[in-house]
Design a protein around this ligand. Structure first.
Ligand code: AMP
Ligand code: MG
Length: 417
């Protein structure tokens, strides 16, 4: 296992003069300032799904390794012109994994089955359905092109070619591609360890009896679920009260046990905003006022060399900020490519007059290819996140949306959450 270099302590400093950062600028800054912080290891193919490639994978052999047939039929050399043809059959056959060692003479044909390497003297295969066989001869009607129904060696992948690039998250299809060329071990980044803690005197964990005035901690379980879904490891740091000392101790602990820390609550600049206060005192904090709705200032800082994302306490805002900011940042810290939110453009099924200034994310779902939005934009209504299957992203500027207006829709599945 190899180790990655640490991040700079001032990596979240905002450029001078920046007050409200547009979403794209904030993302570009994260991309610019962060880098992978995890080590690399080799894993077997059976452990590779969802892991991030730490090195390009080079095909060790061609696929297909030899020219072969794509169909069951009869093989011969060259093209057949239009009209009827009779070709004598050689005895024997070629099947997948069972090579025909002889040479098929010019003008003759051989029985050949899907996947079989083309015998010497064969360049073309005719489908068995297009042939009548009588004794030792096949009858076939031309024209048939030279090379019909065959696959060339290396036509899919060439030995020595990069087949999967570093930074890619391995999919089930990739596992198939790797196995095809005989690769059974890949270099991957170690899983990113993400510490998650909630802050607030009012919070208690689900399962505990609640007093009036207490609310259940939604963010820690939700963020943990998102982080796991994104393929990272979760380090649960529990609920921390609004107490500066306890919060600092929890950050110490989190920084020691994880590669990155996600906190929620206490991130603004109020009296009980102990996360931003702690990061501020550490001298390595930037309160990013990102022009996003829903969202409050995002407190970003370094705590003992470990990046901390101070998310808003409001669960809908915490979810959106995680989906839009933390998700690409975590993937990048974990060695993946910095991926923009994958949006599709669809017609709106709603009306809305949007003011300029902040990019807006609405809880939305597709019905018959059109984006419907949740009845309430109230950011306290977390049930809308379950109702939704994605987010509608409205641009930074003003916009008048009417039914049919093209809008950007980001499916949760495409975000991997
Ligand atoms: P804060 O950012 O700490 O001022 O919190 C903003 C709002 O979100 C307050 O109403 C909090 O009670 C609420 N909140 C903060 N953390 C959580 C949490 N983990 N789960 C549910 N609600 C929370
Ligand atoms: Mg709070």
């Amino acid at each position: 296992m190899t180790k990655a270099p640490p991040l700079k302590n001032d990596c979240f400093a905002l450029p001078p003069g920046v007050d409200w950062a547009p979403v794209d600028d904030a993302l570009a800054l994260l991309h610019d300032r962060l880098h992978p912080v995890v080590g690399k290891s080799s894993v077997g193919l059976d452990q590779a799904l969802g892991r991030i490639l730490a090195a390009d994978v080079i095909a060790p052999r061609h696929h297909p390794p030899l020219p072969n047939t794509a169909v069951d039929g009869y093989g011969f050399a060259g093209a057949l012109p239009a009209g009827p043809h009779a070709l004598p059959l050689v005895s024997g056959r070629a099947a997948a994994g069972v090579r025909f060692d002889g040479t098929v003479p010019d003008g003759a044909a051989i029985r050949i089955l899907t996947g079989a390497a083309l015998p010497h003297g064969v360049t073309t295969v005719v489908l068995q359905e297009d042939v009548t066989v009588d004794a030792d001869t096949i009858h076939v009607n031309g024209p048939i092109k030279d090379g019909a129904n065959t696959r060339k060696a290396g036509e899919d992948m060439v030995a020595g070619q990069v087949i999967l690039a570093a930074g890619r998250t391995i999919t089930p299809a990739d596992v198939g591609v790797l196995a095809t060329v005989g690769v059974d071990q890949v270099q991957v980044f170690d899983r990113l360890r993400v510490a998650i803690l909630s802050t607030g005197d009012e919070l208690l964990a689900a399962g505990q009896p609640a007093q009036p005035g207490q609310i259940y901690d939604a963010n820690r379980p939700m963020l943990a679920a998102m982080v796991r879904q994104l393929g990272h490891d979760v380090v649960d740091m529990g609920i921390q009260p609004d107490d500066p000392k306890t919060i600092r101790a929890a950050l110490d602990d989190a920084a020691a046990r994880a590669d990155v820390v996600l906190t929620s609550g206490g991130a603004s600049a109020g009296d009980e905003d102990h996360i931003s206060a702690a990061l501020n005192d550490a001298g390595a904090m930037a309160l990013w006022r990102i022009a996003i709705k829903p969202g409050r200032p995002l407190a970003l800082g370094m705590w003992q060399g470990t990046p901390v994302f101070g998310l808003p306490g409001n669960p809908v805002a915490a979810f959106v900020c995680t989906a839009i900011f933390a998700r690409p940042a975590l993937s990048y810290l974990g060695g993946a490519d910095f991926a923009e939110a994958p949006a599709i453009t669809v017609p709106a099924a709603f009306s809305k007059r949007k003011k300029p200034g902040r990019r807006e994310y609405l809880r939305a779902r597709l019905v018959d290819g059109r984006a419907e939005v949740f009845a309430s934009e109230g950011s306290g209504r977390i049930s809308g996140l379950s109702w939704a299957t994605g987010l509608v992203e409205l641009p930074d500027g003003a916009l008048e949306v009417a039914p049919g207006t093209p809008v950007r829709f980001i499916p949760f599945t495409a975000l991997g959450i």
